[in-house]
Design a protein around this ligand. Structure first.
Ligand SMILES: N[C@@H](CCC(=O)N[C@@H](CS)C(=O)NCC(=O)O)C(=O)O
Length: 213
């Protein structure tokens, strides 16, 4: 059975668990202690989660894991077959990795005490995040999913990054080692980008940890 070393409340981990849930793949989950990276290092040669082991392969990096699941398992596709549609998914993934994640990451770094925590820094990261949400909203007012007619890796990647903005009150997120301040820094009002907020909840429902919000 597929093994997943996972840091329960982390966006990149939610992303992989959503993909597993969506494709209906059974897996053994091995929650990680944020202070102890020995198992990740042992399995993948690097310390970050998520890490997956399956069919004789050990893989780190959520985007690589999604491609592995798409290529090796039946069930709903995570990536389109069409070349142009694939380029759209990859553009959304890049927007997640280099746009949304940069603003999100700076708030995480402040909450973890790795970057100077000032009101100005929090506010400017929040402002950037809301601009990113507005870009998603402009697409999601016109269509249910970012690319094609069903959920894809584009939706899974972006929605998982926004869980703290939308679902920060969820007990799993609120109780996380990032601390309750994360909710305070990230959470946006219900009337901000409502389509995007509903879409984040719809995607997150495929993760058993976040399903019952
Ligand atoms: N590119 C990697 C990034 C993985 C990553 O940043 N993992 C975070 C959790 S979301 C982590 O383990 N952080 C540990 C730390 O910063 O101490 C991916 O997409 O999986």
């Amino acid at each position: 059975m597929l093994k997943l070393l996972t840091l329960v409340p982390s966006p990149n981990n939610v992303k992989v668990r959503v993909a597993l849930g969506y494709k209906g793949i059974a897996y053994e989950e091995i929650p990680q202690d944020p202070e102890d990276r020995a198992a990740c290092l042992d399995m993948s040669g690097q310390a970050l989660t998520p890490v997956m082991q399956d069919k004789g392969v050990s893989l780190f990096d959520s985007a690589a894991i999604l491609r592995f699941l798409h290529a090796n398992y039946p069930g709903p596709d995570l990536f389109p077959q069409d070349f142009e549609e694939m380029k759209k998914v990859e553009r959304w993934e890049a927007f997640g990795r280099f746009g949304v994640k940069d603003s999100l990451g700076s708030i995480f770094m402040m909450a973890l005490g790795r970057m100077e925590l000032t009101t100005g820094n929090v506010l400017s990261a929040r402002k950037e995040l809301i601009v990113h949400m507005e870009a998603l909203e402009a697409t999601l007012v016109k269509r249910d999913w970012l690319v094609g007619s069903a959920m894809s890796a584009a939706d899974i990647t972006l929605a998982s990054l926004l869980i703290y903005c939308v679902m920060g009150e969820h007990p799993v997120l609120k109780a996380s080692f990032f601390g309750p301040t994360m909710t305070e820094y990230f959470l946006v009002d219900a009337d901000v980008c409502p389509k995007t907020q509903a879409w984040v909840r719809k995607v997150a429902a495929y993760d058993s940890w976040l399903a019952d919000s």
